[in-house]
Design a binder for this molecule. Structure first.
Ligand code: KIV
Length: 297
């Protein structure tokens, strides 16, 4: 399908995503976890911002998404909310927050929307989550599905591996996608699966697919912000394209600051404040006030 430039800068909404898919637009999604990253991502024109539970990996240092709590997602979503104006803001439902019954899940989802300011929630799982997705949608909550490699199942899966590599598991993923669409999900994340299966899913459903490690046929592409900015410590997956090495850039800036402090090069007079002449005279203090002091005070 020919590439169509998305129409900006209208506010992105859950229903507008389906229309974008119909128009053949390629949209972009990134994660964000705090006010400055949210502002930068939104102002760069990214269409969907996800407060992902990848928070556990890239911000909180847990090593995986399992320990992430509802409180943490709410706090980070509130911060992100303040920085987002145009993008659709989606918050992840963390592990354990929708596994103990539909009423509990509704309560958590409502918190993410009411307290966090999210416009939609995301949860992992296919057919088995379809009744829950329907329930949430019935409660006026927009739901994004997530199938393929579902990191909250890491203990059950035994690691992070490409999903849907056999005909049987591929068919299962296709059935999952249809079940989520039928249940009322407005979009589905397809994580780490063969591009052929992502293509079949993308062409077979009318809601957008959001691919991460699922190839070029998905309607939307998503990456974890810290991965694409090079602000990570572990080896990244093959689908991550790193656009800058922020870890290196930050280390360089921090080292130069430390060097300047240690050698006395920081702060300079221009980076400090002088006593006004009148007060200096009264206190009998010798001062060499500079133009910079007056301007900066
Ligand atoms: O938590 C997350 O960041 C995600 C994306 C990778 C889709 O679920």
């Amino acid at each position: 399908m020919a590439y169509l430039k998305p129409q900006r800068p209208e506010k992105v909404t859950a229903p507008s995503l389906r229309a974008s898919k119909q128009r053949g637009e390629r949209l972009v999604c990134l994660t964000a976890y705090d006010y400055p990253t949210a502002r930068v991502v939104d102002e760069a024109g990214i269409d969907i911002i996800l407060v992902g539970d990848s928070l556990g990996n890239v911000v909180l240092g847990y090593g995986n998404t399992i320990p992430v709590t509802v409180e943490e997602i709410v706090t980070h979503t509130r911060a992100v909310r303040r920085g987002v104006h145009r993008a659709l803001l989606v918050a992840d439902m963390p592990y354990g927050s929708y596994h103990t019954g539909a009423d509990d899940a509704v309560r958590v989802a409502l918190r993410l929307v009411k307290e966090g300011g999210a416009e939609a929630v995301k949860l992992e799982g296919g057919r088995k989550r379809a009744p829950l997705v329907k329930r949430l949608v019935d409660e006026e909550i927009a739901v994004m599905g997530h199938i393929g490699l579902t990191p909250q199942s890491v203990n059950k899966l035994g690691g992070y591996r490409v999903q849907g590599k056999t005909a049987e598991t591929a068919r299962s993923l296709i059935d999952d996608a249809h079940a989520l669409e039928d249940a009322g999900a407005f979009a589905i994340v397809l994580e780490v699966m063969p591009r052929e299966i992502a293509q079949i899913i993308t062409e077979g459903i009318s809601i957008p697919t959001i691919g991460i490690g699922a190839g070029m046929h998905c309607d939307v592409q998503v990456l974890v912000l810290h991965d694409m900015l090079g602000l990570t410590f572990d080896k990244t997956a093959r689908f991550v394209r790193q656009y800058v090495n922020l870890r290196e850039t930050m280390t360089d800036a921090i080292s130069r600051f430390a060097e300047d402090v240690r050698t006395g090069a920081y702060p300079s007079e221009a980076e400090s404040y002088g006593l006004p002449a009148e007060a200096a005279a009264e206190l009998h203090i010798e001062t060499a006030n500079k133009e910079a002091d007056i301007k900066k005070s």
